[in-house]
Design a protein around this ligand. Sequence first.
Ligand SMILES: NC(=O)c1ccc[n+]([C@@H]2O[C@H](COP(=O)([O-])OP(=O)(O)OC[C@H]3O[C@@H](n4cnc5c(N)ncnc54)[C@H](OP(=O)(O)O)[C@@H]3O)[C@@H](O)[C@H]2O)c1
Length: 178
Amino acid sequence: MLDKKQSEALLIMQEECAEVIQAVTKIYRFGISNLKPGKKKTNMMHRAKEIVAAPLVTNQVEFHPLLDQSRLLKAAEETGIPLSSYCSVARGEVFKYPLFAEIGQAYGKSAAQVVLRWILQKGVPINTMSTKAENIRANYEVMDFTLSSIDIARIDAMTSTGYRIVGKDLVPYAPDFD
Ligand SMILES: NC(=O)c1ccc[n+]([C@@H]2O[C@H](COP(=O)([O-])OP(=O)(O)OC[C@H]3O[C@@H](n4cnc5c(N)ncnc54)[C@H](OP(=O)(O)O)[C@@H]3O)[C@@H](O)[C@H]2O)c1
């Protein structure tokens, strides 16, 4: 695990790398990942805006209904850096909660499709992974229905679960998200 000083040093190195890359190459679009929101000084999204000249087209972050990412959504709005999701079905953890399948029944959709649709209706493009053709196909079939505001609110309530996959336990150099 990195201590505070080491984390800060890593951040400075990353910023210097971004500056060098920009200086020696022509970058048209810049994609970033795991930048966290925060107060003025610690808001990595605002900092990225300051140091990156090219348009920042995405901040890929952990985003699923078992984690409250409302602060990140707010920072995305403030900075104009759109979010995109990873761990969209929380690596299968969402399937432990019957709510998603229950909501899906009314739409003729699976729990996974409900979860992915909820992410889309938050304005966040989805990135998910599957080894099975049927799941890959199902994960594309989320554009032909719309969750009602009541169902969205029921799913929103699940974000208080606070289930985070990518944190310092898994990735020692991850930012201190919470
Ligand atoms: N930028 C970052 O720091 C970061 C961090 C983590 C991940 N990622 C990227 O994000 C992508 C996805 O994340 P992830 O794989 O960690 O998490 P994920 O998409 O939440 O979970 C993938 C798991 O969910 C299952 N699954 C997917 N669709 C399903 C469906 N329709 N029904 C049932 N099960 C389904 C898959 O099992 P089956 O194979 O059995 O379908 C697989 O085990 C990956 O490309 C990964 O590289 C980026």
